[in-house]
Ligand binder design. Structure first.
Ligand code: B16
Ligand code: MG
Length: 216
């Protein structure tokens, strides 16, 4: 199949906002007397804000009404958004800018597909919006990863079918979502969590575009 589009996850692929998510969830957990550590934070990769809170509550055997969960998730987000002020173009991960420039020079369409509702702000601070033809994020669809919706939305927005797209993802939930959408996946990270991906690399800097296209 002819590949025409590349769809990128944001956190863990374009930049690493996981540390800020960690610090914001840690503060909320400390303020509420819940246990929260870096191991649990890893389980929140690619998972939506409310689903992330639910994972922390389950871990602590805490049950709350929806309104209270909504309030706490908003509190975490206010703190997280404040930290995002520190993000600059220096926070683009290695090889990202070069790879996106190469893709566009070679005529591929590019899109973001993130679970985050702050994707626009992150990409603005990274000065990276101009590298993408489209941004699909947590505001674009109802069901978050591992549902395929955000990838389907991204593909449609750049005028491609699922089979014409390759997804770049760092999270298990994201790989599962892209596979459900019927797309090829490049996983970035460890084989234990990304085993379902078609290719696995450490980072975008390791991807050889011509080689991938030949092997698809
Ligand atoms: P927000 P991605 C995801 O981004 C993060 O990996 C995940 O940790 C976060 O909870 C989620 O976005 C929602 O983010 O609170 O900003 O809406 O990896 O899908 O780009
Ligand atoms: Mg991610």
């Amino acid at each position: 199949m002819n590949i025409r589009g590349f769809i990128f996850d944001l956190d863990g692929v374009i930049t690493d906002t996981a540390e800020y998510h960690y610090l914001a969830w840690k503060k909320l957990s400390d303020d509420n007397g819940w246990n929260f550590d870096r191991e649990l934070n890893e389980k929140l990769r690619g998972v939506s804000r409310l689903d992330s809170l639910q994972i922390i509550l389950n871990h602590n055997d805490v049950e709350l009404e929806f309104e209270e969960k909504d309030r706490l998730a908003n509190l975490k987000n206010v703190n997280y958004v404040q930290m995002l002020q520190k993000v600059t173009s220096a926070d683009l991960l290695p090889g990202v800018k070069e790879f996106l420039i190469e893709l566009r020079e070679k005529g591929f369409k590019t899109s973001v597909a993130s679970a985050s509702k702050n994707a626009d702000l992150v990409l603005t601070n990274l000065e990276a919006k101009g590298l993408f033809d489209n941004i699909s994020d947590g505001n674009s669809v109802e069901n978050s990863k591992p549902a395929p919706d955000v990838f389907v939305h991204a593909a449609g927005s750049i005028g491609c079918t699922a089979k014409e797209c390759i997804v770049v993802e760092d999270a298990e939930a994201g790989v599962a979502a892209a596979k459900l959408a019927g797309m090829k996946v490049i996983g970035l990270g460890a084989e234990e969590t990304l085993g379902k991906a078609d290719f696995i690399f450490k980072g975008i800097y390791e991807i050889n575009l011509d080689d991938i296209i030949k092997r698809i």
